[in-house]
Design a protein around this ligand. Structure first.
Ligand code: SAH
Length: 355
């Protein structure tokens, strides 16, 4: 029976090598994790074992396409899984770090209006191995540089797939040498998940996708707000900050005249300041199902300056991969060619508006 490399336990891996000394299983385990090697690359193994493992350990991720943007600094993979569902992974090389953005579900059930994954709906949870393998592929592609950061900001809602995501986090931390402060979970704001996270012993970074700081607007943009309104979200965030000692991040996708007005600054300041949170501003990226444009660069800068003036730390996130639909909120492998055309049209419209 073929198995996928990262959904096996150590014992299950050893059981694939009957008759081999115990140190072999350890070598393979370390090769898979610490060096992100495929069995074929493990030259310290006898050739027969290497070949046998190569045919038994089949990657969970089958490549459908690989696209590059930003002068080769950004790579987006589209993968097909065993049951033919599709997910995407994005690798971003910066001067000071190399970051991979991984998917945690195929599709997403949160239905945020402006997000392409949310527009396409939910398919299924990813397994821990499917999540870890995205990181392993990115580690290989990053060479000779070292993959330093993992952000759980691809397709899906990490805290809606808590157990499998946490198993992946532990594997990355314990076996792949990624420190907790270089791992970031991004959530739409699932309060029970945030509280559960506060009880874990690994202080990972938490990013909350806020986008609106009054319940009426947030109910509309981020429908799960109806279940977990801002007051409950703020309490859970405070609990996480106290327990983890990490600085909270707030994600805010700026949408022209929807959440980039002076009153939005005031409301965001009231939410962010008591939590001493850092705000990441992202001009909204175009998606097929939401006919509203992102804020112009001038309005984005103004919003940032107003936050800074009110004592809230804020930075503007440089968009990566927009031309290959790899930017925030654009991951939606289920979107067909027709959807892409619409996306292209929206981008042209946005560019025209920015001029
Ligand atoms: N479900 C998680 C993680 C995936 S979304 C979450 O909501 O945080 C990753 C980030 O991209 C979130 O901050 C999300 O709100 C943002 N995003 C979604 N669609 C976007 C778009 N069209 N433009 C910019 N950011 C978007």
């Amino acid at each position: 029976m073929p198995a996928t490399p990262y959904d096996l336990t150590r014992d299950e891996l050893a059981a694939l090598m009957p008759g081999e000394p115990a140190y072999r299983a350890r070598q393979v385990w370390e090769g898979l994790h610490a060096r992100a090697q495929r069995p074929e690359e493990m030259t310290e193994l006898p050739a027969a074992l290497r070949n046998a493992l190569g045919s038994v350990l089949r990657p969970a991720l089958r490549e459908v396409s690989t696209r590059h943007a930003d002068g080769g600094e950004t790579t987006k993979w589209l993968w097909s899984l065993a049951d033919d569902v599709r997910i995407e992974t994005v690798l971003m090389r910066y001067s000071d770090r190399v970051t991979v953005c991984v998917s945690t579900q195929a599709g997403c059930a949160m239905a945020c209006q402006f997000c392409a994954t949310g527009q396409a709906g939910f398919q299924r949870h990813l397994t821990p191995g499917e999540i870890v393998e995205q990181v392993a592929v990115a580690m290989r592609a990053a060479r000779p540089r070292r993959l330093s950061n993992v952000v759980f900001m691809g397709m899906g809602e990490p805290l809606a797939n808590y157990d499998r995501v946490w198993a992946a986090v532990q594997r990355l931390h314990t076996e792949m040498g990624l420190s907790a402060r270089h791992l970031t979970l991004s959530t739409v704001g699932l309060v029970p998940g945030i509280r559960r996270l506060a009880g874990e012993n690994l202080p990972v970074n938490l990013a909350v996708s806020l986008h609106a700081a009054n319940d009426e607007l947030r109910d509309e943009l981020v429908p799960i707000n109806r279940r977990y309104p801002l007051a409950a979200l703020s309490d859970a965030c405070a609990e996480y900050v106290a327990a983890s000692g990490r600085r909270l991040s707030i994600e805010w996708a700026l949408i022209h005249e929807v959440n980039d007005r002076p009153q939005d600054v005031t409301e965001l300041v009231a939410f962010a300041r008591p939590l001493a949170a850092h705000v990441n501003l992202i001009p909204l990226n175009a998606t097929p199902g939401y006919a509203v444009v992102g804020s112009s660069p001038a309005r984005v800068r103004r919003f940032r300056d107003d936050l800074l003036g009110s004592g809230v730390n804020a930075t503007i996130r440089v968009t990566r991969g927009a031309d290959i639909d790899a930017a925030c909120g654009q991951l939606a492998s289920a979107v067909d060619a027709g959807g892409r055309a619409t996306n292209q049209q929206l981008r042209l419209a946005r560019n025209a508006a920015a001029r």
